[in-house]
Structure formats: structure tokens, C-alpha cells
Design a protein around this ligand. Structure first.
Ligand code: FAM
Length: 455
């Protein structure tokens, strides 16, 4: 049985050779035009980033190393007593491009469980925060503080070769992914159940199994399975989304500082050049309501709808409520996407999880989400602004958590944050393995653009 590190070591040389050949043979090939509208429009659609683990097709949705969600559900190992994809098998796929064996998956689960304890100083830091501080702010602070033990930063300070960066990046990334459940669960306990004990880490369990135990829902098999699926599916969504891009960009910028100051040895450890600080920055991008915070917003919006309209909500009622939201100048949370132009297959996968469980189908909030989906695309089409009138993953993700008793919707994006580390840190490791340079796109002022276009 290979370790994750060995599996990665095997695939790196071929990828390095591929990059070298791509640069040498096609470095000058044109992938598209840069238009003024790209500069004004958030670079939407501009092909300008390298990202290995997944590619998002506007119509078909996400593929992880070429595998669709149903492919992953069929082929990636589940937990011993479960059926859903687990975070470990998804992480293995993202990092190596290969489907792990059962034995490799279990070995990774054990490694994560063994590394999952939080250092005492981080527990203390989190316990000292006001419980009114948003859980996402707390998560970012905890992740940033974990950089105290960054192997990458320490090795850089000693002066390692560029070709060795990835091994330390991997070490930090695994440690961070391993510790996220304990950190996220401590935040949940402090904010919502102060003073209650947190379960210890069971070395025989997978990452999400332990997370559910630590959240206080141990023994709820269906919730555990749901969160396994949720966390695997939210793991990566190519590179241009705000959180993933932040993790990459921050890394690149830090490397600039590091390289520029290589002679100032004691500056290295204080730069942002490690996975912890990169991922903390990514979490704060995820915490925006147009991105990851949308899952909290969806539930808030649907609960408001229920409060206002009562229990017997018809399609007509929902239509009116949608129009009221739109006319008040707000977005309909959980609908639309920067890239997708069809219903999000992650939304579909989460809906299918519900479709096989009568108790979920009987839940009024889950029914409301389904009914909203019946009418929202047509309302959004009639409204005429949104390029994609269909649901994204956030339209479905929160209502199932709500059903299983995690009703504290301000916490939902934290679960997304535990998940997105899989993809963002995968790219962190690959950026180092491929020796990618600092990111530094060119910016222009409006005057400069006018000069160029009028010339
Ligand atoms: N409700 C109302 N208006 C919407 C809308 C929605 N759900 N989605 C887009 N629009 C508007 C948008 O605000 C823009 O209006 P203006 O021209 O007045 O600025 C117009 O339609 C064109 O936008 P677009 O090109 O279709 O979308 P963008 O690529 O600019 O933005 C989203 C993409 C996701 C930010 C946007 O669809 C949105 O705000 N959706 C609601 C929030 C949400 O669900 N976010 C979660 C995204 C999710 F996948 C994730 O990151 N987890």
C-alpha cells in the first residue's frame, strides 16, 4: 500500500515534463482575447490560470481529474459502513489524479486521525473569542494561528531547494486538513453549546466521522453520510472561484516577498508563505455572501419565506416572494453562477441524497427548497438579468443540515471551509511541485485603457 506522499511522488515527474513541453512548444499559442469588458467584469471567462485538480464546464458542471460526480460516487472508496464518497478518497484523487484503493484510503484516514489534535495554544485562542464573533472569522483566525508550526515556513527559513518545496507544502497541508474538524467543532461548541464536552478523536474513523462526533452528532449515520458527500463535493471547483484563487494568489504574493527578502532570514517566517496563512485568506473570501456564505443566506431566506407564508405554501406564493426579493434589489441566494449555465450537478447530487430518504422528503424546509426550484428558474429568466437562472450547490446544502438538527445556519459556511481545503491545498502543493512563478497580472487605469483603445 502506497502512502499519499509516495503516490504523489510518482506522478510529479510526468506533470513537470508536461508543463515544460507545454511551455516550450506552445508558450506563444493564443487561448483567447483579452477585452476591456474582462477588466471591468471581474475577468469572467478569461482563461488565465493553471489549476490541475478540476475543471468546470459551463453546461456539464465539475469534473475532478476528468471524473464526473456520478463517476466519483461509483469509483471512490466510501467509509467501511457507508456508501458516500469520503474526504480522504476525494483528497487522494485531487492530489494524485488516481482513484485510491480501500487500503490507501483507510491509511490516509488513520494518518489524518493521528494528526487531528489541536495544539493547546489554538484551543486557548479560540476559547478566548467572543461567541458573537462570526464562526467564519473564528475559523480563519484558528487556521492562521496554526502556521506557528508550519514545516514549510521553517524549512524555507533554513534555506531549502525549490525542488523540495512541495514536500513541506504537503506536510503542512495534511496537518491542516487533519486539524480542521477539531478546530471547526470547537468553534461550534463554543458558540452554540458552551461548556459541553467535545468527543475525542477516534483513530479508527474517517475525517468526517470524527468531525460529526466532535460536533456532538455522533451516531447519526445519515448526517455523517450526508456530510461525507457534502465535504467531498465542495472540495474543489476549479481555480477561478474567489476562495481558491485567493489561496493561490496569496501564496504567489508571499513567495515574492520571501524571494525578495531571501537575505533577510528572519523575515521569512513572518511572511505569508505557508499553507495555513494562504488558506486563512481563502476562508475570508469564502465568507462573502456571493460565495460560500450563500449557503447560510439560502436558509435564512427560505426560513423567512416560511415564516411569512406559513405552512401551505403554493408555487404562486413562492413566485410572489421571489419577485419581492428581486424587486427589493437583492439577489436570490443559491441561484446563478459565474461559470455554470445549467443546474449545478452538486445540487443534483445533494437532491438525490434526499430523494432516497422519505424522512427528508417529508421535511417542510426540504420541500420548500424543491418547490422553489420548480418556479425560480422561470422567474429569474423573466427578470432577465442572471446569466444562469438555475440553482447552485448552496440552494440545497443547508436544508439537509437543518433537518438533521444543525439549525445554526451561521455555521454552515464553516463546513464549506472544512471542505474547500481539499482543493485549495492540492493546488498549493502542485504550484510548488511545478515551480509556478509568482502571480502578477497587469492592471491598467481607465485613462491607460482609453489611451490603448484609442491608439
Ligand atoms: N438573483 C438576482 N440577480 C442575480 C442573481 C440572482 N441569484 N444572479 C445574478 N444576478 C444578477 C447579478 O447581480 C447581475 O446584476 P447587475 O448586472 O445588476 O450587476 C446580473 O444578474 C448578471 O450576473 P451574472 O453574470 O449572471 O452573475 P455573476 O457571474 O456576476 O455572479 C453570482 C455570480 C453567483 C455571484 C450570482 O449569480 C449571485 O449573486 N448569486 C446569488 C448568490 C449565490 O448563490 N452565490 C453562491 C455561488 C456558489 F456557487 C458559491 O460560490 N458557493
Amino acid at each position: 500500500t502506497k502512502t499519499l506522499r509516495q503516490a504523489l511522488e510518482e506522478v510529479i515527474p510526468a506533470k513537470q515534463a508536461q508543463l515544460k513541453a507545454l511551455k516550450a512548444e506552445h508558450g506563444q499559442a493564443v487561448l483567447g482575447d483579452v477585452k476591456v469588458e474582462h477588466l471591468i467584469g471581474g475577468m469572467r471567462g478569461l482563461k488565465s490560470m493553471l489549476w490541475e485538480a478540476s475543471v468546470l464546464d459551463p453546461l456539464e458542471g465539475i469534473r475532478f481529474h476528468g471524473m464526473t460526480i456520478p463517476d466519483c460516487q461509483r469509483e471512490l472508496p466510501a467509509a467501511p459502513e457507508g456508501k458516500e464518497i469520503i474526504a480522504e478518497s476525494m483528497l487522494w484523487l485531487l492530489l494524485t489524479g488516481k482513484v485510491p484503493t480501500e487500503a490507501e484510503t483507510r491509511q490516509l484516514s488513520r494518518e489524518l486521525a493521528e494528526k487531528g489534535e489541536l495544539p493547546a495554544y489554538v484551543e486557548k485562542l479560540i476559547d478566548s473569542l467572543p461567541t458573537t464573533l462570526h464562526p467564519m472569522t473564528q475559523l480563519g483566525m484558528g487556521v492562521a494561528a496554526l502556521n506557528h508550526d508550519s514545516a514549510f515556513a521553517a524549512a524555507y527559513e533554513k534555506g531549502i531547494k525549490k525542488s523540495e518545496y512541495w514536500t513541506y507544502a504537503l506536510e503542512d497541508s495534511i496537518n491542516l486538513i487533519a486539524r480542521l474538524p477539531a478546530l471547526a467543532a470547537r468553534i461550534f461548541r463554543n458558540v452554540y453549546n458552551p461548556g459541553t464536552p467535545i468527543a475525542g478523536i477516534n483513530k479508527e474513523l474517517d475525517l468526517v466521522g470524527n468531525y460529526v462526533n466532535m460536533l456532538g452528532y455522533g451516531g447519526n449515520h445519515d448526517l455523517t453520510e450526508y456530510l461525507r458527500l457534502y465535504i467531498s463535493l465542495h472540495g474543489d471547483h476549479e481555480g477561478g472561484n474567489a476562495s481558491a484563487h485567493t489561496a493561490r494568489e496569496i501564496l504567489a504574493s508571499c513567495m515574492d516577498v520571501v524571494q525578495a527578502n531571501a537575505c533577510l532570514k528572519d523575515l521569512v517566517g513572518s511572511t505569508l508563505s505557508d499553507p495555513y496563512l494562504s488558506y486563512a485568506a481563502a476562508l475570508y473570501a469564502l465568507a462573502g455572501p456571493l460565495h460560500g456564505l450563500a449557503n447560510q443566506e439560502v436558509l435564512r431566506w427560505q426560513l423567512n419565506m416560511r415564516k411569512e407564508l406559513g405552512d401551505n405554501i403554493t408555487h404562486e406564493h413562492i413566485k410572489e416572494f421571489l419577485w419581492r426579493t428581486l424587486k427589493s434589489g437583492q439577489v436570490v441566494p443559491g441561484y446563478g453562477h459565474g461559470v455554470l449555465r445549467n443546474p449545478d450537478p452538486r445540487f443534483t447530487a445533494l437532491q438525490e441524497f434526499c430523494d432516497t430518504r422519505p424522512e427528508l422528503l417529508a421535511d417542510p424546509i426540504i420541500q420548500l427548497v424543491k418547490k422553489t426550484y420548480d418556479v425560480a428558474p422561470d422567474v429569474l429568466k423573466e427578470h432577465g438579468k442572471t446569466k444562469n437562472p438555475y440553482p447552485n450547490v448552496d440552494a440545497a446544502s443547508g436544508c439537509v443540515l437543518h433537518h438533521y438538527g444543525i439549525t445554526q445556519f451561521k455555521y454552515y459556511t464553516v463546513i464549506f471551509g472544512v471542505s474547500r481545503a481539499l482543493g485549495a491545498l492540492t493546488q498549493f502543493v502542485w504550484s510548488r511541485a511545478l515551480g509556478l512563478p509568482i502571480e502578477r497580472p497587469k492592471s491598467l487605469s481607465m485613462d491607460a485603457i482609453e489611451k490603448l483603445v484609442k491608439a
